[in-house]
Ligand binder design. Structure first.
Ligand SMILES: Nc1ncnc2c1ncn2[C@@H]1O[C@H](COP(=O)(O)OP(=O)(O)O)[C@@H](O)[C@H]1O
Ligand SMILES: [Mg+2]
Length: 293
């Protein structure tokens, strides 16, 4: 019998995360793959003796709807095929790491400076570093927590006082400084890539926020993305080794710019905007990879 397991983060109460796993289960089962959804809280793998032992047996593959990197790497070392791979998820999880990985691939990205990591909450923010950031990027300036999602860790500083406030809050966690792409205010494109193909795309726009995330009030309109955008996102997905992703692209003055790549992009919103069965296409891709059809 064909069998798959979907691992979901045990702490997450997000409806979109639950919905994602249920949709994928339904699509896999339509293709004859008996699928279990399990919260990732049972130590699916352990270091034992001199190796790794997996406690997941009888599954042909695992859909990893979590970003927790220890278990994903351990499961792979124990021989499990993960969608996406542990490496790809890890590279996307940290926005700065994503940019570093994509550098040299001819993928246009906004000018970005890596934030300085501070190890002591009591230390004041390094003013000298902010001087450079403001000289190189100007205001408004974007500051992002590298591990943020759903728009929550993305800030816009309109001046020095605001920048210092944001940095005081972020200094002890990985973060980055980025040029604000003003032409893209409240607007970007979300493109879904499955198995090396752009399968769905929408323009997201918000009237109330510089961030276009649907979760913050942005609304989506289906589009057929221009070749230039397809080129950017397909290159990015390939460079990061992703089976599946949702890439965000900004509208720059001189062309499109890659904003971020989500290895675990929720597809509920884009499915209802574009009427594309993203879950079904992803299930097709996984079945082709594992069973050859
Ligand atoms: N450099 C930027 N210039 C203008 N807008 C930006 C920039 N970076 C992000 N945004 C806006 O903020 C949103 C959220 O940023 P993103 O990096 O995608 O983080 P998240 O993972 O939280 O979605 C983007 O979809 C875009 O609308
Ligand atoms: Mg985003």
């Amino acid at each position: 019998m064909k069998r798959a397991v979907i691992l979901i983060n045990a702490y997450s109460r997000l409806k979109s995360s639950l919905n994602q796993s249920q949709r994928l289960k339904a699509e896999l089962e339509k293709r004859g793959v008996k699928t279990d959804i399990l919260p990732n809280d049972f130590f699916a793998a352990a270091i034992e003796g001199n190796g790794i032992v997996s406690r997941l047996s009888g599954y042909d593959f695992c859909v990893y709807i979590d970003k927790d990197k220890y278990i994903s790497h351990m499961l792979e070392r124990a021989g499990m095929r993960l969608f996406n791979s542990a490496d790809a998820i890890e590279k996307c999880d940290d926005k700065m790491t994503t940019f570093i990985e994509l550098s040299g691939h001819k993928i246009p990205m906004p000018k970005t400076l890596p934030g300085l990591l501070c190890y002591d909450e009591g230390e004041p923010v390094k003013k000298s570093a902010l001087d450079i950031a403001e000289r190189e990027l100007g205001y408004p300036m974007i500051v992002k927590a590298c591990y943020g999602s759903l728009g929550k860790g993305v800030y816009k500083a309109d001046g020095r006082t605001e920048l210092e406030g944001i940095c005081a809050q972020l200094k002890c966690q990985p973060h980055l400084f980025q040029k604000y792409i003003s032409e893209s205010r409240g607007r970007d494109m979300r493109v879904i890539v499955v198995g090396g193909r752009c399968v769905a795309a929408m323009v997201r726009s918000s009237d109330s926020d510089f961030r276009s995330n649907i979760e913050l009030g942005g609304h989506g309109t289906a589009i057929d993305p221009p070749e230039e955008i397809k080129d950017i996102v397909l290159h990015a997905a390939a460079a990061l080794g992703l089976d599946y992703c949702g890439a965000d692209v900004l509208f720059g003055k001189d062309g499109y710019l890659l904003c971020e790549v989500n290895s675990n992009a929720f597809f509920g919103g884009i499915e209802s905007v574009t009427k594309v069965n993203v879950g079904g296409l992803y299930a097709d891709h996984m079945c082709r990879q594992i069973y050859g059809k």
